[in-house]
Every structure is written in structure tokens, then in C-alpha cells.
Design a protein around this ligand. Structure first.
Ligand SMILES: Cc1cc2nc3c(=O)[nH]c(=O)nc-3n(C[C@H](O)[C@H](O)[C@H](O)COP(=O)(O)O)c2cc1C
Length: 509
């Protein structure tokens, strides 16, 4: 069974799961299989963790009653998640081979022996995973729950000396095919609690959770406010400051991303913050510009020790064609707002790569974010040079509990690849990203067709003709046949739903 088939099972099964807070499947399994937790680990790409849990109790393989599926809440909406099929497939010998291919070996895995701790800007983190500054970390109850579940720190919701007036509704999502949450738009500004309330929260968190890291995200409107906020946040127990130069939907002009797009203002405000506090400073950058290195260098030259990126991307989600409004519609109107979640991950990775490839910034610590949902997303950000990872949208969609599979999945990956600590993967992908003029243009890689896996849908032929180089046609038996027009673009591989097309070997042009 191929890795692509495993991901097919996940698409059909785990991705259709409602991820219930109290799963009826687990509750109703008379054999004691924690189906909910296994499916959840699959959903969050912790294949090895899911396999481990499933193989401890293989009752699914023999089960005929399928109480899990009969009680699945999804059946009240459309149809039940195929729980037995998902877990049984995972347990079949050849399926486990596929799992092993994804995460080569789990023999001898001991979670305690894999070190996820990291020193970042002189501060120790028990793991690299933090809540990013937003609604997900905006009061004591929320942050303490997140800390209890395993998050190493929080970039607390941005605090200011003013309290903004917020709109309702303030969120919207972009849907594609069956996925209703490809990207997320928000119109939220900074904290709607008073500064004193927020500072009290820092004090209490620091007292009750001394080993967790508190990053105070701040936003001033002039030098005096930035300096003052830096001072009072340090006094209240923050470990690191994060300057919000990047919120794209502030109602007040000259704040948020207006600052991040202006290197002179970035430098001026970093200097003001440094007058107010000795804490390490992260400058949080906006992706709403062409070249992030310019404001990032300005921040570093003015005293910031690190960069946080990215904040949200300016967006309009779409237009409701019944009444020509756009979401979120506030009494019929909307504004440009910040876009986040999985859809922005490639944009975030691009900006992080740009900074890490820049000679003035390559050694500067970066806290990365933008569309991180799983340990795998996080590992990718770290492989591009990030020292810590921040998350908002995935927590809004799924809850703090995603940290379980982020920690477990990351540890299993590091173990399987022989890394002793998470620090060892930082920057590993950077040498593989080179300027376009340096890419190998003398050879190419044609696709290879595995006929026994082909289901004859013809998607490869359609895409190759309409979006490629007309190199494929369907045989009488309904199988793709390649001609000499193939340029090796791999569109056919990408659209094949059954894993029947794979890259062949490279040949000279
Ligand atoms: C509802 C919402 C509120 C946010 N509020 C803040 C904020 O107060 N300060 C800040 O620096 N970033 C804020 N952000 C941006 C996030 O911290 C993060 O940079 C961005 O959403 C990308 O990460 P994600 O894809 O994991 O959400 C907010 C994002 C969302 C979705």
C-alpha cells in the first residue's frame, strides 16, 4: 500500500471526522479502542503516533459490531466516518510498511529521550511551540489551559494603552471543494481588555507557570507609548517583547502594518522600545510588501534581536452574489482584513526563506508562523531556519489539543531520522533553495506510469492536454499513453488520485 493510499484513507476518513470534544466512537467501543484519538492523530499527520496507538489494541481488525460508526455524530450530518476501515487499514501489515516509509523506524522510540527544548534569543523553551499573538492567548484562563496541555509559551494578544472598538461579525473563511476552512479572514485589532487587566494576567501567569515563556506583544501609537508599554510589560514578568508592526486592519491610521511597511518608523519604534526595556525584542513583520528584508534589517539595526513572521495577509474573501456584500459583512459592509491559516503557509515560508538567505539577516533568530497546523508544518518552518513556531488559526479551528500531536509527531520524526534534538533540523532546507538562474536546466525527469494502480479516470490526460503539453492520450483500455511532447512538468503526477504516476529517473535534454 503506497503512502499516497494512506493519505487517501486519511482524506476520506480522518479529514471527514468532526474531531468531537468527547468522541462517541471511543465511548461506545466495547473493546476499549480510543478511536477518536487515533483518528485525530491521523488528521494531524502524526501517522507513527496513530499507528502506535492502534497497534496496542488491534480489536478493530476482528470487530463486526462497528459500534463506533453507529454512534459517530457525523452520521447525523451525512454519513459516519469509516472508522473501522481507517484503523484496520492502518494496522494491515503492508499499511504499516507505508507508515514506516513516512516515518522510517519507531523501534525503541522513547519520547523522553528526544529533546524538543530550545534556547531562543537567550530564553529557554521546553519545546518550540507557542500560541501566536491573537484571541487564542488573551486571558489567564485560556493561556493556563494551553500551558497545561503542553504549549511552551504564548505571544499574548497585543496590548496597547487604548482599547479598540471591535466589529461583529469579525471572521470569515474561504472554502474549496469539501473543505470549508482553507483560509481564514479576520477584522480583529488589539486586545479589548484594559492594559492593567493584561498586566495583571502576565503577573499571574509568570507566578503560576514560571517555566513557560511569556512574550508580550505590544502596539504603541508614538515613541512614548512604545517605550511605556515595553517598560510596564517587563515589570509585569514578560520574558520577551514582540512589537506588532503588522496588524493590517487597524482602524487608526499610522499603526499596525502601516508601520511595518515603513522601515524608518520600524527603526524609530524599536529604539523607543529599547529605551523602555532590556528584554529581547522580536519585531513582527507584515507580509503586505514585496521585500521583508528591508524593514527586518531596519529593526535589527535599531536594536531588535529577532524577527517574528508573518502576520496576516491583506485580503477580501469574495463577494456574495445575492446581495453583493463580502464576508464578514458588518451591516452590509466589510473592509480589507487579515488572511491566515493553511492557505498562507507558502507565503510565510517564502518570506522566511528570503530573510534566511539574506546575508545581513541569516543569523538572526526568527519565530515563524502562518498556516501551521501540524508537527510537519512546524518542522518545515524550522528546516527553513525558524527557532520557534507560533500558531493561531489552527488553534481557533481545532483547539489547544493540537499540541499533543505536534509534540508527539515531532519527537517521532526526529527519532526516526536520528536527530538528537529539534535544534538539529534548523536551517536544513536552506541549501536546497537557490536562485532560479542556478537551477539544473540541462536534464529532465519524465513521469513513470504504474498500470496496476491506474483506475482509468483520465484526469492526467485531461490536465496534460488542457494545462500542459498534450503529451498524454487514453488507450483503448483507458490507460494513459505518453508521447514525445512530454516536458517532464509533473502536472499528471500531481492530479493523479491513485498514486499511479511517479517521477522517473532524470535524463539529459
Ligand atoms: C483572529 C486573529 C487575531 C489576531 N490578532 C493578532 C494580534 O493581536 N497581534 C498580532 O501580532 N497578530 C495577530 N494575529 C496574527 C497571528 O498572530 C498570526 O501572525 C497569523 O494569524 C498567522 O498565523 P496562523 O496562520 O497560525 O493564524 C491575529 C490573527 C487572527 C486570526
Amino acid at each position: 500500500m503506497s503512502v499516497k493510499y494512506i493519505s487517501q484513507i486519511i482524506k476520506e476518513g480522518a479529514f471527514s471526522c468532526l474531531l468531537c470534544a468527547k468522541p462517541e466512537c471511543t465511548k461506545n467501543c466495547s473493546k476499549g479502542v480510543d478511536c477518536g484519538s487515533i483518528i485525530s492523530s491521523l488528521r494531524f499527520e502524526n501517522f507513527a503516533g496513530a499507528f502506535d496507538k492502534a497497534s496496542k489494541n488491534k480489536a478493530c481488525l476482528l470487530c463486526t459490531s462497528k459500534e463506533c460508526e453507529k454512534n459517530c455524530r457525523k452520521s447525523k450530518i451525512t454519513q459516519s466516518v469509516p472508522i473501522k476501515r481507517v484503523i484496520s487499514s492502518l494496522l494491515e501489515a503492508d499499511a504499516s510498511e507505508a507508515v514506516k516509509k513516512y516515518v522510517p523506524t519507531q523501534e525503541g522510540f522513547d519520547a523522553d529521550k528526544v529533546d524538543l527544548s530550545i534556547d531562543f534569543m537567550g530564553v529557554h523553551f521546553e519545546n518550540p511551540f507557542l500560541l501566536s499573538s491573537s484571541v487564542v492567548g488573551s486571558n489567564y484562563e485560556m493561556v493556563s489551559k494551553a500551558f497545561d496541555q503542553g504549549w511552551a509559551g504564548v505571544a499574548f494578544k497585543t496590548v496597547g494603552v487604548f482599547v479598540p472598538d471591535e466589529v461583529s461579525p469579525r471572521f470569515g473563511t474561504l472554502a474549496k471543494e469539501s473543505n470549508t476552512f482553507v483560509g481564514f479572514k479576520n477584522l480583529e485589532q488589539i486586545s479589548d481588555h484594559s492594559l492593567e487587566e493584561n498586566l495583571e494576567c502576565f503577573r499571574k501567569l509568570k507566578k503560576d507557570y514560571p517555566s513557560k515563556v511569556i512574550i508580550a506583544s505590544i502596539m504603541g501609537r508614538n515613541d512614548e507609548e512604545w517605550e511605556y508599554l515595553a517598560k510596564v510589560c517587563e515589570e509585569a514578568g514578560a520574558d520577551i517583547l514582540e512589537a506588532n508592526f503588522s496588524c493590517p486592519q487597524m482602524a487608526e491610521k499610522g499603526t499596525g502594518s502601516d508601520v511595518g511597511q515603513n522601515p524608518e518608523l520600524v527603526a524609530q519604534y524599536c529604539k523607543a522600545i529599547k529605551r523602555g526595556s532590556k528584554l529581547p525584542l522580536l519585531a513582527k513583520m507584515t507580509p503586505n510588501l514585496g521585500n521583508m528584508e528591508v524593514p527586518a534589517i531596519a529593526a535589527i539595526n535599531a536594536g531588535a534581536e529577532g524577527i517574528a513572521a508573518i502576520n496576516t495577509v491583506k485580503s477580501i474573501l469574495g463577494v456574495e452574489l445575492d446581495d453583493f456584500t463580502s464576508c464578514p459583512s458588518i451591516s452590509g459592509k466589510t473592509s480589507v482584513g487579515g488572511y491566515s491559516g493553511k492557505a498562507v503557509k507558502p507565503v510565510a515560508l517564502r518570506f522566511i526563506n528570503d530573510m534566511k538567505q539574506c546575508s545581513e539577516l541569516k543569523d538572526i533568530p526568527v519565530s515563524g508562523m502562518g498556516g501551521i497546523e501540524t508537527w510537519k508544518d512546524a518542522a518545515e518552518f524550522m528546516a527553513l531556519g525558524c527557532g520557534t513556531i507560533q500558531v493561531t488559526t489552527a488553534v481557533m479551528q481545532y483547539g489547544y489539543r493540537i499540541i499533543y500531536d505536534m509534540i508527539d509527531g515531532m519527537k517521532r520524526y526526529l527519532f526516526a531520522r536520528g536527530f538528537k534534538s529539534v535544534e538539529q533540523i534548523i536551517g536544513k532546507a536552506l541549501p536546497q533553495i537557490i536562485p532560479a538562474d542556478k537551477l539544473d536546466r540541462r536534464s529532465r525527469q519524465f513521469p513513470k506510469f504504474i498500470s496496476e494502480k491506474c483506475v482509468g479516470c483520465g484526469r492526467c490526460v485531461t490536465s496534460c492536454f488542457d494545462g500542459g503539453h498534450q503529451a498524454l492520450s487514453l488507450s483503448d483500455k483507458g490507460r494513459p499513453v505518453m508521447n514525445k511532447k512530454c516536458v517532464g512538468c509533473h502536472l499528471c503526477i500531481l492530479v493523479c488520485p491513485s498514486g499511479a504516476i511517479v517521477p522517473g529517473s532524470r535524463t539529459s535534454k
